[in-house]
Write a protein that binds this ligand. Structure first.
Ligand code: 8YV
Length: 332
């Protein structure tokens, strides 16, 4: 019988979509949801030519050291900080991600999380469900406004721009900080103004984090940065947990130095800092910003297209739609 090259699917993902891989490959699907020990990842990769992975799967030099046939890793997600791209590039492994198709879904959620934090929606619901609403009062669950406020966006990529476009409809003034300012025409389109990092911190009524994670931005939002923010401000994080010093954030929220926070991502996720869990003025969601059914299906579908193409099969053979390391692709 024909021996077909093996691909590893690191966790159960929409079976009808992943099934497309079976036309060309022997698919080994992990049935266990969640994180795998590094040795288990290394073993799975050792017999594979390709892998479909998620943010649950950290992969670097050690995990691919015994994977001589491995040629491509397709990450389901736009962020790929789980992958050591320089090490994988050096090993000749093509890496792909899933940008663009999750932009609007993720911007929707970022906006919703910011609104929930500002208007205390989940806190108010818990209070009501707890039976504490005994009479209507003028001073129940007062929040902070979005309209006519200043929105600060840290990281003005595709998702940041999506949030900026939404903010215009809410009558918010939009400021952003980025590695470099956007072209003037995009700024005009987003009604957004470039400011330096400190100005963003001091002037934002609502600060949203949408920047990619790298070691350079680890704990960028620390006690010092939080101290510069208005005590009436909110902070929303839909990027990566490691950007925020969670203990400093808990201090600020508990001490009345920040009004509220909305968090979809955590430094040690799925573990959540117990100090955050104990606070009322923080909305906590389980990393679901890209999680509409349609978008999650589209992400898996793009990742499958990328993997098939990067492994030299299918109509786009050799040309995966969204490569991360074009240099590895050129060398392949
Ligand atoms: C994904 C994300 O759910 O795209 C990203 O960067 O964080 C989420 O959209 C996650 O990456 C799945 O692996």
């Amino acid at each position: 019988a024909e021996v077909r090259p093996r691909v590893w699917v690191s966790q159960p993902l929409f079976g009808d979509i992943v099934g497309r891989l079976r036309e060309d490959f022997d698919v080994v699907e992990t049935t266990q949801v969640g994180k795998h020990p590094p040795a288990e990842i290394a073993t799975a990769l050792s017999s594979s030519v390709g892998a479909l992975v998620t943010l649950n799967d950290p992969i670097g030099a050690a995990e691919v050291a015994n994977a001589p046939r491995l040629r491509a890793i397709a990450n389901v997600g736009v962020g790929y900080n789980n992958l050591d791209v320089p090490a994988l590039t050096a090993a000749g492994i093509v890496v792909t991600n899933t940008p663009d198709l999750l932009t609007e879904t993720t911007a929707d959620f970022g906006f919703a999380l910011m609104m929930a934090a500002a208007r205390r929606i989940t806190e108010a619901e818990r209070w009501l469900r707890d039976g504490q609403w005994r009479q209507w009062s003028f001073e129940t669950m007062l929040g902070v406004d979005l309209h006519a406020s200043t929105l600060g966006i840290l990281g003005m990529g595709r998702i940041g721009q999506g949030i900026a476009r939404r903010a215009a409809g809410f009558g918010m003034r939009v400021r952003y900080h980025n590695r470099s300012p956007l072209p003037a025409e995009i700024e005009r389109e987003c009604h957004a103004e470039y400011v330096d990092f400190d100005t963003l911190l001091t002037s934002a009524d609502h600060l949203v984090l949408v920047l990619p994670y790298s070691r350079a931005v680890h704990h960028l939002i620390d006690a010092g940065a939080l101290a510069k923010m208005k005590p009436t401000a909110t902070l929303t994080n839909i990027a990566r947990g490691g950007i925020v010093d969670e203990d400093a954030l808990a201090d600020a929220l508990a001490g009345g130095r920040l009004a509220a926070a909305g968090l979809d991502v955590y430094e040690g996720e799925p573990a959540v800092n117990p100090r955050l869990l104990a606070l009322r003025n923080v909305v906590l969601t389980p990393h679901i910003a890209s999680g509409s059914l349609a978008t999650r299906r589209a992400m898996v579908s793009l990742a499958v297209d990328n993997l098939i193409a990067a492994l030299g099969r299918g109509p786009q053979a050799g040309h995966p739609p969204t490569p991360v390391n074009a240099d590895a692709l050129a060398a392949a």
